[in-house]
Design a binder for this molecule. Structure first.
Ligand SMILES: [Mg+2]
Length: 160
Protein backbone atom coordinates (compact mmCIF):
# COMPACT_ATOMS: atom_id res chain seq x y z
CA UNK A 1 0.00 0.00 0.00
CA UNK A 2 1.18 3.47 -0.85
CA UNK A 3 1.16 6.23 1.74
CA UNK A 4 -1.35 8.88 0.65
CA UNK A 5 -1.70 12.26 2.35
CA UNK A 6 -4.70 14.44 1.56
CA UNK A 7 -4.81 18.18 2.21
CA UNK A 8 -7.95 19.62 3.83
CA UNK A 9 -8.47 23.28 2.84
CA UNK A 10 -9.24 23.59 -0.86
CA UNK A 11 -9.29 19.80 -1.34
CA UNK A 12 -11.77 18.25 1.12
CA UNK A 13 -13.62 21.44 2.03
CA UNK A 14 -13.90 24.66 0.04
CA UNK A 15 -12.82 26.87 2.93
CA UNK A 16 -10.52 29.36 1.20
CA UNK A 17 -13.15 31.64 -0.42
CA UNK A 18 -14.90 31.88 2.96
CA UNK A 19 -11.66 32.78 4.73
CA UNK A 20 -10.91 35.49 2.17
CA UNK A 21 -14.44 36.82 2.42
CA UNK A 22 -14.15 37.02 6.20
CA UNK A 23 -10.81 38.85 5.89
CA UNK A 24 -12.32 41.29 3.37
CA UNK A 25 -15.28 41.96 5.64
CA UNK A 26 -12.95 42.54 8.60
CA UNK A 27 -10.92 44.95 6.48
CA UNK A 28 -7.64 43.03 6.87
CA UNK A 29 -5.21 41.68 4.27
CA UNK A 30 -6.00 38.17 3.04
CA UNK A 31 -2.46 37.24 4.00
CA UNK A 32 -2.96 38.45 7.61
CA UNK A 33 -1.96 35.38 9.66
CA UNK A 34 -3.03 37.00 12.94
CA UNK A 35 -6.58 37.25 11.60
CA UNK A 36 -6.76 33.52 10.87
CA UNK A 37 -5.33 32.68 14.30
CA UNK A 38 -8.54 33.96 15.89
CA UNK A 39 -10.98 33.07 13.10
CA UNK A 40 -13.75 30.67 14.17
CA UNK A 41 -13.36 27.74 11.75
CA UNK A 42 -16.54 26.12 13.01
CA UNK A 43 -18.47 28.70 10.97
CA UNK A 44 -17.09 27.26 7.71
CA UNK A 45 -16.59 23.56 8.59
CA UNK A 46 -19.93 22.66 7.05
CA UNK A 47 -21.13 19.90 4.75
CA UNK A 48 -22.29 22.46 2.19
CA UNK A 49 -18.60 23.26 1.63
CA UNK A 50 -17.62 19.69 0.73
CA UNK A 51 -15.67 19.77 -2.55
CA UNK A 52 -16.68 17.41 -5.37
CA UNK A 53 -17.97 14.65 -3.13
CA UNK A 54 -14.61 14.49 -1.32
CA UNK A 55 -15.85 12.63 1.76
CA UNK A 56 -17.38 9.77 -0.26
CA UNK A 57 -14.30 9.73 -2.50
CA UNK A 58 -12.00 9.26 0.52
CA UNK A 59 -14.20 6.38 1.63
CA UNK A 60 -13.79 4.81 -1.83
CA UNK A 61 -10.02 5.33 -1.73
CA UNK A 62 -9.85 3.54 1.64
CA UNK A 63 -12.00 0.70 0.31
CA UNK A 64 -9.70 0.27 -2.72
CA UNK A 65 -7.04 -0.95 -0.23
CA UNK A 66 -4.37 0.58 -2.47
CA UNK A 67 -3.48 3.38 -0.10
CA UNK A 68 -2.85 4.06 3.54
CA UNK A 69 -4.76 7.34 3.82
CA UNK A 70 -4.03 10.24 6.15
CA UNK A 71 -5.32 13.80 6.27
CA UNK A 72 -2.50 16.37 6.36
CA UNK A 73 -3.63 19.90 7.12
CA UNK A 74 -2.02 23.19 8.05
CA UNK A 75 -3.56 24.96 11.04
CA UNK A 76 -3.38 28.58 12.18
CA UNK A 77 -4.44 27.82 15.75
CA UNK A 78 -4.92 24.87 18.10
CA UNK A 79 -8.68 25.54 18.11
CA UNK A 80 -8.73 25.27 14.30
CA UNK A 81 -7.06 21.86 14.65
CA UNK A 82 -9.57 20.71 17.26
CA UNK A 83 -12.48 21.85 15.09
CA UNK A 84 -11.11 20.10 11.99
CA UNK A 85 -10.58 16.82 13.88
CA UNK A 86 -14.12 16.97 15.27
CA UNK A 87 -15.49 17.64 11.80
CA UNK A 88 -13.56 14.78 10.16
CA UNK A 89 -14.42 12.32 12.95
CA UNK A 90 -18.08 12.59 11.99
CA UNK A 91 -17.17 10.69 8.81
CA UNK A 92 -13.99 8.75 9.61
CA UNK A 93 -13.63 6.97 12.95
CA UNK A 94 -10.24 5.50 12.18
CA UNK A 95 -8.14 7.69 9.90
CA UNK A 96 -4.85 9.39 10.71
CA UNK A 97 -5.14 13.18 10.95
CA UNK A 98 -1.93 15.19 11.08
CA UNK A 99 -2.11 18.84 12.14
CA UNK A 100 0.80 20.92 10.90
CA UNK A 101 1.51 24.36 12.39
CA UNK A 102 1.20 26.91 9.59
CA UNK A 103 4.81 28.03 9.96
CA UNK A 104 6.21 24.52 9.32
CA UNK A 105 6.45 22.80 5.93
CA UNK A 106 4.30 19.68 5.58
CA UNK A 107 7.46 17.89 4.47
CA UNK A 108 8.96 18.40 7.95
CA UNK A 109 6.22 16.34 9.61
CA UNK A 110 6.15 13.33 7.31
CA UNK A 111 8.33 10.67 5.74
CA UNK A 112 7.98 12.06 2.22
CA UNK A 113 10.01 9.70 0.04
CA UNK A 114 7.67 7.69 -2.16
CA UNK A 115 4.59 9.10 -0.42
CA UNK A 116 1.79 10.82 -2.36
CA UNK A 117 0.43 14.24 -1.44
CA UNK A 118 -2.80 15.61 -2.90
CA UNK A 119 -2.85 19.37 -2.33
CA UNK A 120 -4.26 22.42 -4.10
CA UNK A 121 -1.31 24.66 -3.26
CA UNK A 122 1.54 24.43 -5.79
CA UNK A 123 4.09 25.64 -3.23
CA UNK A 124 3.36 22.64 -0.98
CA UNK A 125 3.58 20.30 -3.98
CA UNK A 126 6.96 21.70 -5.05
CA UNK A 127 8.35 21.24 -1.53
CA UNK A 128 6.95 17.69 -1.45
CA UNK A 129 8.60 16.75 -4.74
CA UNK A 130 11.90 18.26 -3.72
CA UNK A 131 11.85 15.91 -0.70
CA UNK A 132 11.31 12.84 -2.87
CA UNK A 133 7.52 12.69 -2.62
CA UNK A 134 4.94 12.25 -5.38
CA UNK A 135 2.80 15.37 -5.87
CA UNK A 136 -0.76 15.45 -7.23
CA UNK A 137 -2.59 18.75 -7.56
CA UNK A 138 -6.28 19.03 -6.76
CA UNK A 139 -7.78 21.56 -9.15
CA UNK A 140 -11.44 21.90 -10.02
CA UNK A 141 -10.40 23.17 -13.45
CA UNK A 142 -7.81 20.40 -13.82
CA UNK A 143 -4.97 22.91 -13.95
CA UNK A 144 -2.04 20.79 -12.79
CA UNK A 145 0.56 23.59 -12.86
CA UNK A 146 3.07 20.97 -13.96
CA UNK A 147 1.92 18.24 -11.55
CA UNK A 148 -0.35 15.25 -11.98
CA UNK A 149 -3.87 16.55 -11.48
CA UNK A 150 -7.28 15.38 -10.21
CA UNK A 151 -10.54 17.30 -9.85
CA UNK A 152 -12.21 14.49 -7.91
CA UNK A 153 -10.30 12.63 -5.24
CA UNK A 154 -11.27 9.09 -6.28
CA UNK A 155 -9.45 9.62 -9.61
CA UNK A 156 -6.30 8.79 -7.63
CA UNK A 157 -7.35 5.11 -7.49
CA UNK A 158 -6.73 4.57 -11.21
CA UNK A 159 -3.61 6.72 -11.25
CA UNK A 160 -1.42 4.40 -9.15
MG1 LIG B 1 -4.98 23.49 0.62
Amino acid sequence: MKELYIDFDGVILDTIPHLYQAADEAGVERSDEKFYETFDFKTILKDENILNDSINCIQKIIESKKFNVSILTHINSLQEGIDKVEYLRRFFKDITIILVPKKISKTKMIHTRGSILIDDYAHNLREWESEGGISVRFSQKRNGKGFLVVNKLDQIIEMF
